[in-house]
Ligand binder design. Structure first.
Ligand code: FPP
Length: 247
């Protein structure tokens, strides 16, 4: 039985976040430039989006470019930005066909002008789609996002809109760029690295973590489904005892 058939569709995670890692190593193993790995990572993005939509996942959030990635060689940064423009442009039709809404989180204004413009157009053109939301984290880091939220909240307390005593965990959640989605129940990272790398730190407080040894360009639908099957074997206790959960 393949992994897809093993999934209990009544207990699907609503939101799966993914750290797409290993493009560079995948390319190096083939004696190619790192960019070759990113180019081949696009197919894995497509497979994942299709796989998720097919079984009814509502939110998929992909770490495509971190704040720290700006420190990479300029040539790689430029190639990644161009690849994003090309891919977003090319894939909009497929997104619409599959009723997938495209969103983005991160310091989007820091992106290359063409990338930002392409992104805005694609988000607008897919905004009515309601089968699944695919969010790209671009020029994103969780600490950056939390600082931005704190600034907004501080501003509101300063002008009397919000009492400091009224600030709750929900207030923070509402001021994060992810405020339109539930917290991810499952976080997948490829390439065998077992780190969070400044990704959705607040949101993954109770997420199940799944590490796939494959490099991102090799990540296939069945790998995605395998992660969900694994997720469904876990007991999510949220701090309670096992007996309290199963009662
Ligand atoms: C991590 O591998 C991957 C990235 C920083 C970029 C991810 C981008 C894509 C898959 C291209 C297109 C994406 C979309 C959403 C259209 P790495 O370079 O850190 O690999 P390494 O750890 O082996 O060096």
């Amino acid at each position: 039985m393949n992994f897809k058939e093993q999934i209990d569709t009544n207990r699907l995670p609503k939101h799966i976040a993914i750290i797409m890692d290993g493009n560079g190593r995948w390319a190096k193993e083939r004696g190619k430039m790192r960019v070759f790995g990113h180019e081949n990572g696009v197919a894995a993005v497509r497979n994942t989006a299709e796989a998720a939509a097919e079984i009814g996942i509502e939110f998929v959030t992909l770490y495509a470019f971190s704040t720290e990635n700006w420190k990479r060689p300029q040539k790689e940064v430029d190639a990644l930005m161009n690849l994003l423009v090309k891919t977003i442009n090319k894939e909009t039709e497929t997104l619409n066909k599959n009723k997938i809404r495209l969103k983005a989180i991160g310091d989007l204004k820091s992106l290359k002008k063409e990338t930002y413009a392409e992104l805005l157009t694609a988000m607008e053109n897919t905004s009515a789609n309601n089968r699944m939301t695919m969010t790209l984290a671009l020029s994103y880091s969780s600490r950056w996002e939390i600082v931005e939220a704190v600034k907004q909240i501080a501003e509101k307390t300063k002008n009397g809109e919000l009492e400091p005593q009224a600030i709750t965990s929900e207030t923070i959640t509402q001021h994060l760029s992810t405020n339109y989605m539930p917290d991810p129940e499952l976080l997948i990272r490829t390439s065998g690295e077992q780190r969070i790398s400044n990704y959705l730190l607040w949101q993954i407080a109770y997420s199940e973590l799944y590490f796939c040894p494959k490099y991102w360009p090799d990540f296939e639908k069945e790998d995605f489904y395998k992660a969900i099957v694994d997720f469904q074997t876990r007991e999510r206790r949220f701090g309670k005892t096992s007996e309290q959960i199963t009662k």
